[in-house]
Design a binder for this molecule. Structure first.
Ligand code: GLP
Length: 252
């Protein structure tokens, strides 16, 4: 179904969406072994990463020449810290696929100068030729990466303040201690995201249903950062039955 410039694809379950997306990524890698992939963290992509690991183990996905860029990282949390997004990716994907560590790119949350680090990342993405395929998750408040709702959005990779809702959503990584969740982060900007050649936003679970409905609603507003994806032209929104429930009810 096509709604306001978004192509929406529904799956019976999060597992079915993950399986199909993993096969899609494997196909993209077969067509272009030097694929440049943009990757999210969060609970949503965990089944996808497990499927990619399984495909790689069976020799059906080859990351040996691929390059990855993750969307975001907590400010002040070094890569080696188990609570970092970098460590999360290591546990869920990087340890299980044949990616070369030289081609894994991450924002360094502990960089001495955040602005210089953001500039470095932006330039590195450009030097890699831009993102071929960017996979996104969706914050319950409509954020993508760490582009939070607010009066304005930032185009380039930048340092950003996290909302209370987003800090609560990430509490699990910090042993459920909200006071330990950083108040700031580094994130690709909306421009960085919208320059990706293909974007797949993956949203699963009932908690995302109303956000998906707003996203498909047609209005573009910094109050819902994901709504800017409507302007891209090649964004696919992949939902499971629970996350898509509000749109199929109104659109059917
Ligand atoms: C986090 C990340 C996002 C992610 C989102 C959704 O805060 N910064 O990149 O997409 O929240 O997370 P989940 O998939 O756990 O719902």
């Amino acid at each position: 179904m096509h709604v306001n410039g978004l192509s929406i694809r529904s799956f019976a379950s999060p597992a079915a969406a993950a399986r199909t997306l993993a096969r899609d990524v494997a196909r993209a890698l077969a067509l272009k072994p030097t694929l440049v992939l943009g990757l999210p963290t969060g609970r949503t992509p965990v089944p996808l990463y497990a499927e990619l690991a399984a495909l790689c183990a069976r020799g059906r996905a080859d990351f040996s020449q691929a390059t990855t860029f993750n969307l975001d990282e907590f400010l002040g949390i070094p890569a080696a810290d188990a609570r970092s997004y970098r460590a999360f990716m290591q546990r869920h994907l990087f340890d299980h696929v044949n990616l070369s560590s030289r081609r894994i790119n991450f924002l360094d949350g502990a960089a001495a100068d955040a602005a210089t680090e953001c500039l470095r990342y932006e330039r590195r993405i450009a030097r890699a030729g831009g993102l071929d395929l960017l996979i996104l998750g969706l914050g319950v408040n409509g954020h993508i990466g760490f582009n939070e709702p607010g009066p304005a959005l930032t185009s380039a990779t930048h340092r950003t303040r996290l909302t209370a809702a987003t800090r609560r959503a990430n509490v699990e990584l910090f042993a459920h201690r909200l006071r330990d969740v950083p108040r700031e982060a580094l994130s690709m900007g909306m421009g960085t995201i919208l320059r990706a050649r293909r974007i797949v936003l993956l949203a699963t679970g009932a908690s995302k249903a109303s956000t998906v409905k707003r996203l498909a609603g047609g209005r573009i507003s910094p109050a819902l950062p994901a709504s800017f994806l409507q302007m891209h032209g090649a964004v696919e929104v992949w939902v499971d039955a629970a996350a898509g429930a509000a749109i199929s009810a109104s659109e059917a």
